[in-house]
Design a protein around this ligand. Structure first.
Ligand SMILES: Cc1cc2nc3c(=O)[nH]c(=O)nc-3n(C[C@H](O)[C@H](O)[C@H](O)COP(=O)(O)OP(=O)(O)OC[C@H]3O[C@@H](n4cnc5c(N)ncnc54)[C@H](O)[C@@H]3O)c2cc1C
Length: 553
């Protein structure tokens, strides 16, 4: 297979030579550098590359070119290579253009001329973009293939698991009979249960569980050490931050995640308020980078393992996993976040995974292409979901219980939704039922002001109606508030008295629970910020308290 292409476009021959030279110097082992001296010539190149089936990883384009600006070129080129990373080369005076391009074409980066020295100003940013592209690129046909029905819950589970764990796969829809028949004829046992997962070593798994898949694709599911300094429960932003800071500061750290790292943030199509990402970052991307970072510092990350109980066995803390195994450490950081609230309406549970999804279900974007979809909810997550699906669906209907969006959604999202012609907001509206034979066909909506019920045809419905803390593992050991959020710091004390059973000669640290050495961070903590940045901050801040705690055991 030919190497993926980095395409650079500039009408100034001197700049074009310089950028081509620098790109070749650093990236030639893995990428082919192709140049063009105008937008029109570059577009011809793009069409030809596409015809030959060559992958393009990155466009690096000058903004100010006669006849066709860099932004105009990118708008056209994206139609052929929607996944390629997009970088504009600008002079200082063009910064406004670059910022508007972030919104118009989802620009990944704007690079100011000159970029000397490239080792500081060019290579790191391009390396990051290329590693993102690499992780998301369309898999080669000789990778993992999943064959099933597009609207079957079992197929959705498998696709979602692989995608959340950043394992590339090729999806083969049973409706495309020819391709799938070809594969099925080679599958042993003529299995009729779907999905089938085909691996490059020619083995096939039939309707596999998440753990079977995890083990098969080489994800760690069992601990390697008999003892740790820190066990982190939950691989959302708070847990990942705890693992990164714990491991980087020398603690023997293990993180336990019941599905795939990322948590709620991992289901967000675009997080726009996380510091340092002016054009936003997808939750999946953030999770992937954080997981790599934690592993790089030596943290073990177990997936498909749920922590079901925490025990105190002074001076140790034990975490029991759902396969019956137990982990032992001096300290535990509980970061289990929240689980989505279920929509109680007839038909919804039956059609789960078959057109009805909780969260953004990014794997289903292709299914909604050109069709009508419903997004349920009035908070930022629903707003982001509506924006995301508006790029694929013919029409998005956003159903909101309240009279308007202002009570629960950020202004920037409300404005974006108002500017998006294929999103319709229905206020004072709730889903009363969903129906469909084998897959969602329509939902019945009730207007709470008029009592009127209407049926809305839809190929998919994405539900974002809030969440509750997932803290069942605390049992009677770790104190929670009546809503299930974990109490920490001063909240664990009553009338200035330390919690019952408290053995240390100090008050609990700010993120410490009523049990010394057991900490809690992120959305599951009483009074937490319920934002990615807040969860990351809490997860990392906890580590310094854990260090202080460890000095006493
Ligand atoms: C769709 C959506 C969009 C959002 N967009 C934004 C945004 O744009 N900006 C923003 O700031 N915030 C956003 N948020 C909120 C943000 O994602 C959360 O505040 C943040 O993810 C909380 O992080 P956390 O680590 O505390 O918990 P979570 O993200 O909930 O992660 C907890 C993790 O722990 C795992 N887990 C739970 N229990 C166990 C157990 N017993 N054993 C093992 N693992 C367990 C879960 O599987 C999960 O992976 C969004 C939320 C959603 C749902």
């Amino acid at each position: 297979m030919s190497k993926p292409v980095l395409l650079t476009v500039d009408d100034d021959p001197e700049v074009l030579n310089a950028i081509e030279r620098d790109l070749r110097h650093h990236f030639r082992a893995d990428y082919r550098v192709v140049r063009a001296s105008s937008g029109a010539l570059a577009l011809e190149t793009v069409v030809e590359l596409r015809r030959r089936g060559v992958q393009v990883a990155l466009f690096l384009v000058d903004e100010r070119m006669p006849h066709m600006s860099g932004t105009q070129f990118l708008l056209e080129a994206m139609k052929f290579y929607p996944d390629a990373r997009r970088v504009l080369l600008t002079a200082y005076a063009d910064t406004d253009t670059a910022i508007s391009a972030i919104n118009k074409i989802g620009l990944d980066h704007y690079l100011l001329k000159p970029w000397e020295p490239p080792s500081v100003r060019l290579y790191p940013v391009l390396e990051d973009l290329l590693s993102e592209w690499f992780a998301r690129r369309r898999p080669a046909f000789d990778g993992i293939r999943v064959a099933g029905h597009s609207l079957s819950p079992q197929s959705y589970e498998v696709k979602n698991f692989l995608a959340s764990n950043h394992v590339p796969y090729q999806w083969l829809d049973m409706e495309d009979e020819q391709t799938v028949r070809e594969l099925l004829s080679g599958a042993s046992g003529g299995a009729t249960r779907l999905p089938l997962v085909f691996f490059p070593d020619e083995t096939v798994l039939v309707q596999p569980s998440a753990r079977e898949l995890a083990e098969k694709v080489g994800l760690q599911t069992r601990a390697q050490k008999p003892f740790y300094d820190l066990i982190v429960v939950g691989g959302g932003p708070a847990g990942l931050a705890g693992a990164v800071y714990g491991a980087s500061e020398g603690l023997r750290t293990i993180l336990v995640e019941r599905t795939a790292p990322g948590g709620q943030a991992g289901t967000s199509s675009k997080i726009e308020n996380y510091l340092g990402f002016p054009s936003g970052v997808s939750g999946a991307e953030l999770a992937r980078s954080a997981t790599t970072q934690a592993r790089r510092f030596g943290a073990e990350i177990l997936t498909t393992q749920e922590a079901v109980e925490i025990r105190r066995a002074d001076p140790y803390r034990k975490v029991i996993l759902d396969d019956g195994s137990e982990l032992t450490a001096y300290a535990v950081l509980i970061a289990p976040g929240m689980e989505v609230r279920r929509l109680e309406a007839p038909g919804v549970d039956e059609l789960l995974g078959a057109g009805v999804y909780y969260g953004a279900a990014l794997t289903e974007a292709a299914t909604s292409r050109g069709r009508d979809v419903i997004v349920v909810g009035g908070a930022n997550s629903a707003g982001q979901g509506a924006m995301f699906f508006s790029r694929h669906a013919r029409k998005v209907t956003l159903l909101v219980r309240g009279a308007d969006l202002t009570a629960s959604m950020s202004t920037y999202l409300i404005d974006r939704i108002a500017e998006t012609p294929n999103i319709e907001v229905l206020t004072n509206s709730a889903v009363v039922s969903a129906r469909g034979t084998g897959r969602l066909e329509a939902a019945t909506i009730r207007n709470s002001l008029t009592g009127e019920q209407t049926e809305l045809a839809a190929a998919a419905m994405f539900i974002f109606i809030g969440a509750a803390p997932r803290t069942g593992l605390c049992g009677d050991l770790v104190k929670r508030d009546p809503q299930g959020f974990v109490l920490t710091g001063r909240e664990t004390m009553t009338d200035g008295q330390r919690p019952p059973g408290w053995s240390a000669t100090r008050d609990p640290f700010p993120f410490e629970t009523n049990v010394p050495g057991i900490f809690c961070a992120g959305d599951a903590r009483h009074g937490s910020g319920k934002r990615v940045a807040a969860a990351v901050g809490e997860g990392s801040a906890t580590v310094s308290m854990i260090h202080q705690y460890l000095q006493t055991v």
